[in-house]
Design a protein around this ligand. Structure first.
Ligand code: ADP
Ligand code: MG
Length: 294
């Protein structure tokens, strides 16, 4: 085990005032944390080391506890949550993150419903810029979903989106060789599923999985409904069975639908990459439109 930055249990409350919960995930709780000396606020991600290591072991994965914090510390982008510092006790890993006060995108969608197209394009462009920054550095996030996209406010005209949760992110040295079954079922790319259900495939998967997940996110942003149903989920994904003929899609422009389709393309080699997505007319349009179009 990596014992860097190991502190005693009583060091934590002396240096950090940790209070109410901001959110939870699989092995972690995120709480408001105030650094006692400076009085500055952070989001403290507290990971249960035992749970994390058991899960890693079961998956045969080689991720270490501090990989997430180290990776975040190496990144610098306006649409990616920054990491101030990390430390660990016997039982927990603490990661002090930039506090993003508007909640996550899932909460926002549940509270206020789908986004108008201009607002969706504005937010989606920020998310794509963050993904482009990662892909340029050969990093794959692998867990893109609304819960992992944080917002600086609740006002959709002015909010800034920041990508969070680098718990599954990987540097993919050779493309298409991530082979761990991870992520969240609804956002799984088809090749993630086939790699693990079909023992004959040797493909593995790479950056393309993020593009698929971006497509699912855009689908949800514009309709506030998921593209796939719970029942028979994997089959629907592998066959790319999703529809736009539901009521939620009637007012959405053909350009937006086209972009969703180009990202949610079953074959990873035919799926568009992040640069092509950024050049898509639907996203280009927002960039050059100073006033909202309705
Ligand atoms: P996990 O890896 O367990 O999924 P996340 O890093 O995704 O943990 O954090 C879980 C939740 O905590 C997020 O969905 C979000 O609601 C909240 N959260 C995470 N980071 C921050 C932050 N920097 N500022 C505010 N809230 C956050
Ligand atoms: Mg998460």
């Amino acid at each position: 085990a990596d014992l860097r930055n190991l502190v005693s249990d009583d060091w934590v409350p002396k240096n950090w005032d940790i209070s109410h919960e901001l959110g939870t995930g699989n092995f972690s709780e995120v709480k408001l944390g105030i650094e006692v000396k400076e009085g500055k606020k952070y989001a403290m991600k507290i990971i249960d080391k035992k749970k994390f290591l058991q899960f890693q072991h079961k998956r045969g994965s080689v991720l270490s506890l501090n990989d997430e914090a180290d990776m975040m510390k190496s990144l610098s982008h306006p649409n990616i949550v920054t990491c101030r510092t990390w430390f660990q006790t016997e039982a927990h890993m603490y990661i002090a993150l930039e506090l993003v006060e508007g909640g996550d995108l899932l909460k926002n969608l549940l509270e206020d419903g789908c986004f108008q197209e201009v607002q969706a394009a504005r937010i989606f462009l920020m998310i794509c810029n963050a993904v482009s920054y990662l892909h340029e550095r050969q990093l794959v996030h692998r867990d893109l979903k609304p819960e992992n996209i944080l917002l600086t406010s609740k006002d959709r005209e002015t909010m800034v989106a920041k990508l969070a949760d680098f718990g599954l992110a990987r540097q993919n040295l050779k493309s298409r060789d991530c082979r761990t079954f991870c992520g969240t079922p609804h956002y799984f790319a088809p090749e993630v599923i086939t790699t693990f259900t079909d023992t004959n495939t040797k493909a593995g998967y790479g950056k393309e999985v993020d593009m698929w997940s971006l497509g699912v996110i855009l689908y949800i942003l514009l309709s506030s409904t998921p593209p796939f149903e719970e029942e028979g989920l994997y089959n629907q994904i592998v066959e790319g069975r999703y529809e736009f003929d539901v009521q939620e899609w009637t007012c959405v422009s053909p350009e937006a639908k086209e972009l969703v389709q180009q990202m949610m393309t079953v074959s990873p080699s035919k799926r568009i990459n992040i640069q092509q997505a950024l050049n898509h007319p639907w996203l280009k349009f927002v960039r050059f439109t100073p006033t909202p179009m309705r």
